[in-house]
Design a protein around this ligand. Structure first.
Ligand SMILES: Nc1nc2c(ncn2[C@@H]2O[C@H](COP(=O)(O)OP(=O)(O)OP(=O)(O)O)[C@@H](O)[C@H]2O)c(=O)[nH]1
Length: 338
């Protein structure tokens, strides 16, 4: 296949909650009619994002297994890509959404080390989403996520500065110059990921030489054995595996809304800054619509449940020192007649 016939791959990366899924949905809607394979990787134990993505005919979602894409899941990614090749689906593009915690490096490596993958796909660009409101915080000295935030910015071929509705113009300019210090890349300010898609899709923005200039061992790391990621990652990565965990809850039953509200308040009060992200899809008593919450408890009614849809409540918490049993047991108390 000539290079022009290869299927372009766009990698979406960015910090937890920065707006990757929002952008993904926007792309899928705007690219209506195009055949797109979306590959989702979630750090959380219970997959939520796939249920928040709205696909059109010809658009499909694939999921890598639970876990951090940069460790054990790379094999999964190759498997999905091989399946796509074998299915001969004539895809227009592949979109990979990486979990908010991941360093995008290993995802990109996959496209340069597997021969079969290289014959069918080409890395088009890495889009990094940065949350204008929280970026400064992620990049500060004592942030637990500084390393990942740096990596994601450094890898970007194009950077979207999202959520600009939440910051003043002066703060926006400040964060733009901060990002430019890390990577002098094109920065597109936006709200809810609404950008001119011609500027981010099929742009041929990926430049392996640039990556190799920054990280000469970039491709070598993969070749040197896969038997344990600690060989390949520095102490920062190890720390991320050890401390940050995810607790997933999946429970049937209708929820008492007031009880649920009190529960979430008490979770926030007791765990507060240790929670990096929480999201869920809930079945509230007496409601025909799904209830979706993201981040702090700013829940909102979503679309109606489909007739044949399983109304299981699904929640995911990602954070430090989370106590699984306490979270699960206290959540169960919100279920009516439990
Ligand atoms: N105010 C504001 N909110 C936004 C914007 N973009 C996204 N959001 C909201 O931010 C929350 C997180 O957005 P997501 O798209 O789920 O973020 P994500 O990066 O996919 O999150 P993870 O997959 O958990 O890392 C959602 O409640 C969105 O509706 C924006 O430009 N402005």
């Amino acid at each position: 296949m000539s290079k022009n016939n290869l299927i372009p791959v766009t990698v979406l990366t960015g910090f937890l909650g920065s707006g990757k899924t929002t952008l993904l949905n926007y792309i899928l809607k705007e690219q209506h009619g195009k055949k797109i394979a979306v590959i989702e990787n979630e750090f959380g134990e219970v997959a939520i994002d796939d249920k928040l993505i709205v696909v059109d005919a010809g658009q499909e979602i694939y999921e890598t297994q639970n876990g951090c894409l940069c460790c054990k899941v790379r094999g999964d990614l190759v498997k999905i890509l091989h399946e796509l090749i074998e299915s001969k689906k004539q895809l227009d593009m592949v979109l990979i959404e990486t979990t908010g915690m991941a360093d995008p490096g290993p995802v990109v490596q996959t496209f340069f080390v597997d021969e079969k993958v290289q014959e069918s796909f080409r890395m088009d660009a890495i889009i990094t989403m940065v949350d204008a409101k929280h970026a400064e915080l992620h990049l500060t000295e004592d942030s637990n996520h500084r390393m990942e935030a740096y990596q994601q910015i450094a890898f970007a071929d194009i950077l979207l500065l999202n959520k600009i509705d939440l910051v003043q113009r002066s703060d926006r300019d400040k964060i733009i110059s901060r990002i430019k210090e890390i990577n002098d890349v094109d920065i597109i300010p936006c709200e809810h990921g609404h950008v001119d898609l011609d500027k981010i899709i099929n742009i041929g923005g990926f430049d392996l030489d640039r990556v190799l200039e920054r990280e000469p061992a970039f491709l070598k790391e993969v070749e040197e054995g896969d038997e344990g990621h600690e060989h390949k990652h520095g102490p920062e990565h190890k720390r991320h595996d050890e401390l940050i965990t995810s607790v997933g809850i999946s429970e049937k039953g209708e929820l008492d809304f007031d009880h649920l509200n009190r529960w979430i308040q008490s979770v926030l009060a007791s765990l507060g800054p240790n929670i990096y992200r929480m999201k869920g899809i809930l079945n509230v008593e007496g409601e025909n619509d799904r209830y979706v919450f993201q981040g702090v408890f700013d829940g909102q009614q979503d679309r109606a449940w489909h007739e044949d849809e399983d109304r299981t409540n699904k929640l995911v918490f990602i954070g430090k020192n989370l106590k699984r049993e306490v979270l699960v047991e206290s959540f169960k108390q919100c279920i009516v007649n439990n």
